[in-house]
Design a protein around this ligand. Structure first.
Ligand code: FAD
Length: 417
């Protein structure tokens, strides 16, 4: 068995960036993933496209995406798998990410589901994974929880925030789906009319989906449309039974919507339902309590933290946890906030960091930084931090040299600008 310096659990955008950046610091890294490919929500839940994370300062475009995110964009472009700079082909993405792991000497373990953690006081000693070989137990000096759901932290006994403060409701879950062989020109010409029909159908009960409108995107594949439009509310994504129920409700919504489109939308005459995601998309679940809890107020006041290691300015995009409606707060030109390193440090543990959409934050804050470009930056920051910690022989994630971390991240950013 390898002696790993770091085990990253979860192969979404955050986990892959953690693993690559840590390995680039020369440490031995294993990335564990429950499915057979990398990309997380982008591939498991068919989430597309990349949301924007840039602004203009003194008329100059400033893109906050980290170095590794830009490397992925470049590779997607090289493989002709990116349209309009942000719509991507997930099958190409899966391949690109595998190859990046190999190029960066990251070991991979697929089909491995984290089920148990052995924690003693402030230290994680080992983790147990359910695999084709039965249960296996692995240990490393450090761990990163990039499971999106904060699964590693939860199994380690960490406290977490679920949903909004008032009633613990999380943002809705969405099962994305694709429709093929659509005459897209015809479809878009009459989409406004179809949106009005949709509102009527909600009133008559033909449509049970509470979402306010049909959310549809073009894709890099001719005549294929991407629908991010189902909405399951008031179902706790961290409860196995509720998540199962959510999958069933969402699938019903997919078919209801497809039947509705066939009936009311132009260009759908010869279409067919091509695919649904293999897992319902979870926008928000556990947010692990860390040394600092990033709040909506921090974002609205564009706070720049001394230990800020990620910059972001995406909309505070809250899909109503109860039903219809989506609230927004768009940042004015030139405005952005940073995320402090302390939001990655789970309370009470010395050898683990949290990465991605489950970092220490309130619902409103997470509604902004959860986008793929920003969670990749978080991953690059957590992985680089563990690299520094191991190389500097530190024994607590709290002791990382922040200046050194910021310098390495900046170098990676500039190298890829
Ligand atoms: C419906 C929906 C629409 C969205 N729309 C957009 C959009 O248009 N643009 C955008 O930029 N962002 C969008 N987002 C947000 C974005 O996709 C996610 O927040 C982001 O991808 C999360 O990345 P992550 O790496 O933190 O977690 P994830 O992508 O969730 O990755 C976590 C990984 O951990 C693995 N894992 C989980 N538990 C275990 C376990 N116990 N053992 C082993 N492995 C495990 C999972 O299989 C997964 O691969 C959307 C999200 C959803 C759900």
């Amino acid at each position: 068995m390898e002696n790993y310096d770091l085990i990253v659990v979860g192969g979404g955008f955050s986990g892959i960036a953690s693993a690559i950046s840590a390995s680039r610091q020369g440490i031995k890294v294993l990335l564990v993933e429950k499915f057979n490919s990398l990309g997380g929500a982008a591939t498991n839940s068919l989430v597309n496209p990349f949301m924007p994370n840039f602004t203009y300062i003194n008329n100059k475009k400033v893109d906050f995406s980290s170095g590794i995110f830009k490397e992925i964009i470049k590779k997607l472009k090289e493989r002709n798998a990116l349209l309009w700079d942000n719509h991507f082909l997930e099958e190409e993405l899966k391949y690109i990410l595998n190859e990046m792991m190999l190029e960066n000497n990251v070991d991979l373990l697929f089909h491995a589901y984290l089920t148990r953690v052995n924690r003693e006081n402030d230290e994680i000693k080992a983790i147990t994974l359910a695999t084709i070989d039965g249960e296996i137990t692995l240990s490393a000096k450090y761990y990163i929880d990039a499971t999106g759901d904060g699964q590693l932290s939860f199994l380690s006994g960490c406290d977490y925030i679920l949903g909004r403060e008032s009633d613990k409701l999380t943002q809705p879950m969405t099962l994305c789906f694709r429709v093929g062989n659509v005459d897209t020109d015809k479809f878009y010409k009459t989409l406004d009319k179809v949106q009005r029909e949709y509102e009527k159908a909600q009133k008559t009960g033909e449509i049970t989906n509470p979402r306010e409108n049909i959310l549809v995107f073009s894709t890099p594949i001719k005549n294929v449309l991407h629908f991010n439009t189902t909405r399951v509310v008031k179902h706790n994504p961290t409860n196995a039974y509720k998540k199962t129920k959510a999958e069933i409700i969402a699938r019903k919504q997919v078919h209801e919507m497809y039947d509705f489109l066939k009936k009311h939308a132009d260009g759908m005459e010869n279409s067919f339902l091509v695919s649904t995601a293999q897992e319902i998309g979870v926008r928000e679940s556990r947010k692990i309590i860390g040394e600092y809890i990033l709040t909506e107020r921090d974002l609205l006041s564009c706070t720049k933290f001394d230990d800020g290691v990620v910059a972001c300015n995406y909309d505070l995009d809250v899909h109503n946890p109860e039903g219809s409606g989506t609230s927004h707060h768009y940042f004015k030109e030139g405005k952005y906030y940073t995320i402090p390193y302390r939001a990655f440090i789970p309370k009470g543990i010395r050898n683990m960091l949290i990465s991605g959409r489950c970092i220490s934050s309130s619902q409103g804050a997470q509604a902004s930084f959860r986008i793929m470009p920003a969670v990749t930056s978080i991953g690059e920051a957590t992985g680089t931090a563990i690299g520094i910690i191991v190389n500097d022989s530190l024994d607590d994630v709290r002791n990382v040299d922040i200046n050194k971390l910021q310098k390495i991240l900046k170098e990676s950013y500039l190298k890829n600008s």
